[in-house]
Design a binder for this molecule. Structure first.
Ligand code: 0CJ
Ligand code: F3S
Length: 318
């Protein structure tokens, strides 16, 4: 940079951002399993959707696979934070494997809701993204055909429930709060008898991160969401930024993905991170801004979080 004077820039740092309690717990489970049993410990699916986290655990001896049939019988396996269909632990039991379920307790709660409604004779409608592991896991709690999936308001008109008067709905935990409210309203309009949670099953972390983006979106020229392309909650933060008035809202895995020319002339930017993105990557992005600008960081905190989840008992025992 030599003698050049850096242009001023205000960096609005959203809070809450980054790791949620479910991600924190899931990563701890892998680390504690490696300590307890040694390497290799198998992990079914990325423990959370972040390459930096996954690479770090792989360096410590975790082996990431997509399906249980890629694991040997005689090594422990961990199921990712997103949850698994019932058939997965059933198969692990049949093979007498040691397994630890890192499914977020807030996802497990949705699994229980689905089972409860099913036991009461209701067919389920799930609001979620087709093919996402959480959706596969939650739908996989019930027999095939018992859960109808809708992704959009338009999808609501296209489903054909067995008995429209005996329906319940559940949702993925990482959806857009606003889009989901519209889908729930469409379901209630078409199926007045449908039962469900008070609002939806979106978790506290998803809700809080979206609210903090909304709080800064109208005062920034650009928004950078640190997160992975396969991270649902992170992608929703980009959409929320755009919908709330920041047209240039971008998902970046880390600092090297920032397109500096695209933000030439920017005076203020927003930075946040998805629930699976570690704070070291936030700091990396802030440092990259400091190299190019005279940065003033202004943290905008819209909520305080104090949620913590215990790791399973098997890992708390010596
Ligand atoms: O599904 C979850 C319980 C969220 C886990 C944390 O975030 P991430 O990015 O691994 O997963 P999503 O794609 O679901 O946001
Ligand atoms: Fe759980 Fe929500 Fe995080 S469902 S894993 S607390 S994003």
């Amino acid at each position: 940079m030599g003698m050049s004077i850096k242009p001023p820039l205000t960096l609005y740092l959203a809070a809450p951002r980054g790791f949620c309690a479910g991600v924190d717990r899931a990563i701890k489970i892998v680390e504690m399993a490696l300590q307890k049993w040694g390497a290799p410990v198998y992990v079914r699916h990325e423990i959370v959707h972040n390459k930096f986290v996954v690479d770090g655990l792989r360096d410590k001896g975790a082996v990431f696979v997509e399906e249980l049939d890629e694991c040997p019988d005689d090594r422990p396996v961990i199921f990712s934070a997103h949850g698994v269909p019932k058939a997965v632990p059933a198969e692990a039991r049949r093979r007498e494997m040691v397994f630890v379920d890192a499914t977020c307790p807030l996802v497990s709660k949705v699994h229980v809701e689905a089972e409860r409604h099913h036991a009461a004779g209701l067919q389920m409608v799930m609001i979620g993204h087709e093919g996402h592991p959480e959706v596969l896991g939650t739908m996989g709690q019930l027999p095939d055909g018992e859960v109808l999936l809708v992704e959009t308001v338009d999808d609501v008109a296209g489903i054909t429930p067995r008995d429209p008067s005996r329906l319940a709905f559940i949702t993925q935990t990482t959806l857009s709060v606003d889009d989901t409210a519209a889908i729930v309203a469409a379901l209630q309009a078409r199926f007045p008898a449908i039962v469900g949670p008070a609002k939806e099953d979106i978790c506290y972390a998803t809700t809080n991160r979206q609210a903090s983006v909304k709080a800064i979106a109208d005062r920034i020229d650009a928004l950078f969401v640190i997160g992975a392309p396969n991270s649902s909650n992170s992608r929703r933060l980009v959409e929320v930024g755009r919908a709330a008035g920041c047209a240039y809202s971008q998902l970046v895995m880390r600092a090297d993905q920032i397109d500096w020319r695209a933000i030439e002339g920017a005076r203020s930017v927003g930075v946040t991170a998805g629930a699976s993105a570690p704070e070291v990557l936030v700091n990396e992005v802030i440092d990259a801004f400091r190299e190019r600008y005279d940065v003033t960081v202004d943290m905008i905190e819209t909520a305080r979080e104090n949620v913590e989840f215990k790791v399973p008992r098997v890992l708390r025992e010596a």
